[in-house]
Design a protein around this ligand. Structure first.
Ligand code: TNX
Length: 540
């Protein structure tokens, strides 16, 4: 459509068209300051990367990202005055933690920052100065890669910029998890909340409890006759799978190279069907458990006994050994209490600890898990339900049932992450088009996501506002049966989220964003990703 036509002098498909009035490049998320300068610089077969020891991983990342399409080697040199260079300059003092400055002049490219993470985000902006063909995996036959001359100064508005992925309802292969992490990095998102366990499957190998994955990672029967969008890998197969500890270490290292921290989630005490199928002794009732096949909230809950806490101690110590994240997510959402109500052990524990109701018992459960994880030197995050059980202020809250959880949490001295379903759940429909594939829980067009304000009015100009660390987008996968569909659901809503958390609210404009977006969507398509065109649907 006409309003999405690219400005005339921006690099598209590697063609850089000059006009009299240089236009700013189209970068998402929008940087704090972008100045378009006269002229351009062309990367060619002789271009080198200047890097000192500390910047070497970033230099190698540049080689891996821009090498395949250009076919150039990008040799790394230490001579700071080299010509025809992409120079990475680490300077201790000048820049805030994640800030960078990217300048392109006719002489070359310079990225300056005070940390490797700052340099890394600078490289992501540099990526978007190239045409989208830089994303191709095989050499493109052309002799130079033009970049518009610019001076960009940039830093994020929020320190927590996250995306979540549910791998329980649908298991995704390691290759897709890495691709997802690449997408986070491209968007300057720095936390990956990995939802590893749920009623529909346990996905992380725990050496001490092999049945969690031998039994808990596999659904009881082949799912047939469902109305799911079934373009997936699993048709006619037993639905399931898990990540070995070796695979997880590999994924964690991959994320670290991309400045992404992975926060693993092991959801307790509810959403426990898969655990109880494997180890029924940690439940309160005796029944035939099963790894669930359907969407829903189930009564299966862990029993708050010492035996369970010592099992969880063991599980979390293996989790902590795999993930260097300062945070471990313990879930805590949608806990059903029927099984506690019919359990004699529970009544005894409640009497002994003076817990007056089941909400208090839920609080007790989380506080035991928190104490154990704190002892391992980590902090917990939980869904906003954990607030109802009076959890300690040291716990961080993911506020999914609207923003009230985060507001309440921040006022009570908790750190909080904005995650309201209304704006940040990407399992929702993205337009009213009858061509949209099956989705759930309503309509969240990209414009709705874009309109989200991380600091709500109620907290503006208060100290509590500082407790809101940032925001996170989510992909629950009950109705997302394949990597292609997952891509469709997050692209490009993830791009809107990136701007919500990175760009200062005073600089955000839907109109401007929607002009920059098509170039990024084309970049994803060039990468072979399945991008939703829903943003172009009129009256979305
Ligand atoms: C609620 S959000 C859940 C998930 C579902 C999701 C579907 C949350 C903490 N719990 O178990 O997958 O809704 O949108």
């Amino acid at each position: 459509s006409e309003s999405f036509a690219p400005p005339v002098n921006v690099a598209v498909n590697g063609d850089f068209v000059q006009s009299e009035e240089p236009q700013p490049p189209r970068i998402i998320p929008l940087p704090a300051s972008v100045k378009r300068l006269e002229g351009q610089f062309s990367v060619n077969a002789q271009t080198v990367i200047v890097a000192t020891e500390d910047a070497l991983p970033i230099a190698q990342y540049i080689q891996s990202q821009f090498g395949p399409a250009t076919g150039y080697r990008f040799p790394i040199v230490s001579n700071q005055t080299a010509d025809n260079a992409i120079a990475l300059i680490l300077d201790d003092k000048t820049y805030a933690k994640e800030a960078y400055q990217l300048t392109v002049t006719e002489q070359g490219v310079q990225i300056k920052a005070s940390t490797a993470v700052g340099l890394f985000w600078g490289v992501q902006s540099l990526r978007q100065l190239f045409g989208s063909d830089i994303e191709l995996n095989a050499p493109v036959n052309k002799h130079a890669w033009p970049l518009p001359a610019v001076d960009i100064q940039d830093q994020p508005a929020f320190s927590y910029r996250g995306m979540h992925l549910d791998v329980s309802r649908t298991f995704f292969p390691v290759s897709f998890i890495k691709q997802y992490i690449d997408l986070l990095a491209m968007h300057k998102l720095n936390y990956f909340h990995w939802h590893l366990t749920d009623d529909q499957g346990w996905r992380i190998e725990i050496k001490k409890y092999p049945r969690l994955t031998e039994v808990g990672a596999w659904r009881d029967e082949t799912v047939v006759g469902h109305t799911y969008d079934r373009d997936g890998l699993y048709d006619g197969q037993k639905l399931g799978g898990f990540y070995s500890q070796a695979e997880i270490r590999d994924i964690v290292a991959y994320a670290q190279q991309r400045q992404v921290t992975i926060i693993p989630e092991v959801d307790v005490p509810g959403h426990a069907s898969a655990i109880l199928k494997a180890y029924p002794e940690y439940g309160c009732v005796s029944k035939e458990f099963s790894v669930q096949k359907n969407f829903g909230v189930f009564p299966e809950v862990l029993c708050p006994t010492e035996k369970t806490f010592s099992f969880l101690d063991d599980v979390f110590s293996e989790v902590v050994a795999l993930f260097p994240s300062p945070y471990i997510h313990v879930g805590g959402d949608e806990v059903k209490t029927e099984q506690w109500q019919s359990c004699a052990d529970c009544s005894a524990i409640m009497a002994e600890k003076g817990l007056k109701d089941y909400l208090a018992l839920q609080g007790y459960f989380i506080s035991r898990v928190e104490a154990s994880i704190n002892k391992m030197g980590r902090k917990i995050i939980g869904w906003d339900e954990i607030l109802e059980g009076n959890v300690a202020p040291s716990a961080t809250i993911t506020s999914w049932r609207g923003i009230e959880g985060a507001i309440h949490a921040a006022k009570e001295g908790h750190d909080a992450i904005m995650a309201p379903g209304s704006h940040l759940y990407f399992d929702h429909y993205q337009s009213r088009s009858i061509d949209e594939p099956l989705a759930i829980h309503g309509l969240t067009p990209i414009r709705e996501t874009y309109s989200f304000e991380v600091i709500p009015e109620q907290l503006q100009n208060t100290d509590a506002a500082k407790r809101i660390l940032g925001a996170q987008g989510h992909l629950w996968t009950e109705y997302v049966r394949s990597p292609a569909k997952a891509e469709y659901m997050v692209l490009p809503r993830m791009s809107a989220l990136a701007e919500v958390v990175w760009t200062d609210v005073s600089k955000r404009s839907w109109e401007d964003f929607s002009k920059r977006l098509p170039a990024l969507m084309e970049r994803f398509s060039t990468k072979g990703l399945n991008v939703a065109k829903s943003t172009y649907v009129v009256n979305a």
